[in-house]
Design a protein around this ligand. Structure first.
Ligand code: FAD
Ligand code: NAP
Length: 338
């Protein structure tokens, strides 16, 4: 086991924030976890670093998850169960599935990060969420020094949410995930942008591959590439409000976009709220709000986590003041004890 000391985390987070980790190791084999558990340092699991905001130097041990492997666990006529090790790159898994023609995760193409983080916030895009295919999650429970497996129901999945963000926060190291994919896929093109892109691509017969490439095309045209400009995707969740609150807002602001969640709940695109408050394209120092997508906060070079946090707070206050809606941050803020 090779443990490095005082390593800059800049290359390991897509915001490109430059703070050091006291200790850092790459975990390539699951057998090493037991040994790590006995180390006295606080432990922080890191995947692709595409959903974290680093606020200060990280004390303790950062474990860079590199556990690899994809294996068919079982299959029947209609489904295949894939056990995927947590350090696999999520998009590589999507490519693997679409090449086999297996359906369920094609709408989630090009989401950055690792497989192990997919249950964390129940990643989602274009009308599909990871929870629809996650059959089981296996994790190392630090406290009991053992591997546990939760089925889908036990993961308490919600909108960009799961038990791993709450009761099991910092207590579980997800080591592998089982996805149940469909051999005869059912396609979801409910998001208008996907349907339009498929038309532009000239697709006449739907396939998981065609949908994945439609999503890839949309995403590459719309989202800032973290290799070019630091960001962690959507900084905030899209808020869900009551139908009554929505009707009051709509009366004052008829242009407000909305999506029905249930008979009593309505989802509002957070990007629109932020844009209405005048933040789109805003920049202060090296911190800003992306010009094409107001939901994405960016680091133009040397922004600190604190500066990005401060800007996010100003955005939350202005949206609250104008619309009475409290935005919730989606990005995981790392504030390990100093
Ligand atoms: P990290 O950022 O490394 O970690 C995130 C959190 O999960 C941390 O708290 C970390 O400790 C914890 N964690 C990571 N791995 C494990 C593990 N194995 N066990 C326990 N805890 C772990 N998200 C979406 O849902 N939909 C999108 O469409 C989407 N688009 C994005 C687009 C861009 C350009 C970017 C930069 C981000 C986007 N995201 C999106 C957010 C991000 O890609 C996902 O949340 C992704 O799952 C994070 O994976 P990661 O490996 O980078 O996690
Ligand atoms: P968009 O298509 O401009 O839509 C804005 C928001 O409205 C979306 O966030 C989406 O909510 C909602 N929406 C749009 N069409 C909908 C429909 N037919 N039914 C229900 N809700 C609908 O969004 P975008 O920013 O370009 O992102 C496209 C997709 O990729 C979204 O699903 C988004 O969540 C995902 N994405 C996520 C991140 C991240 O970091 N989390 C980053 C980039 C993109 P939902 O978010 O609930 O889908």
């Amino acid at each position: 086991m090779y443990i490095q000391q005082n390593i800059s985390l800049k290359p390991y987070n897509t915001f490109g924030i430059d703070v050091p980790a006291e200790y850092f190791l790459e975990l390539n084999e699951i057998e090493a976890i037991a040994e790590i558990t006995d180390m006295p340092q606080a432990k922080h699991v890191l995947g692709g670093g595409s959903n974290i905001l680093l606020m200060r130097p990280v004390n303790g041990l950062v474990i860079h998850n590199k556990l690899k492997g994809i294996a068919v666990e079982k299959e029947d006529k209609e489904h295949v169960w894939l056990r995927v090790q947590a350090g696999e790159i999520w998009h590589d898994l999507v490519l693997y599935a679409i090449n086999k023609g297996w359906g369920g995760i094609e709408n989630l193409a090009l989401i950055p990060g690792t497989v192990g983080a997919s249950p964390m916030q129940n990643i989602g895009a274009y009308g599909v969420e990871a929870r629809e295919t996650i059959d089981a999650v296996t994790f190392w429970y630090w406290k009991e020094k053992s591997l546990l497996t939760y089925n889908n129901r036990e993961c308490h999945f919600g909108y960009r949410d799961s038990i791993f963000k709450h009761q099991l926060k910092d207590r579980a190291f997800i080591t592998s995930v089982v996805y149940k994919l469909k051999k005869k896929p059912e396609y979801n093109i409910s998001y208008g942008a996907v349907e339009q892109e498929l038309q532009q691509m000239g697709v006449t017969e739907l396939s998981v591959k065609a949908i994945a490439y439609a999503v890839i095309n949309i995403r590459t045209g719309k989202l800032p590439d973290p290799k070019v400009i630091g960001n962690a995707g959507s900084f905030f969740k899209n808020p869900t409000i009551s139908k009554t609150q929505f009707e009051q807002l709509h009366a004052k602001c008829p242009a407000i976009p909305s999506y029905k969640v249930s008979d009593t709940l309505v989802k509002i695109p957070a990007g629109w709220l932020i844009e209405q408050c005048g933040w789109r394209g805003y920049r202060t120092g090296d911190t800003g709000v992306h010009i094409k997508q107001a939901l994405v906060l960016v680091n133009y070079g040397n922004a600190s986590g604190g500066e990005i946090w401060k800007l996010s707070g100003e955005i939350v206050s202005s949206v609250k003041e104008r619309f009475g809606i409290e935005l919730e941050r989606e990005v995981q803020v790392w504030t390990p004890t100093p």
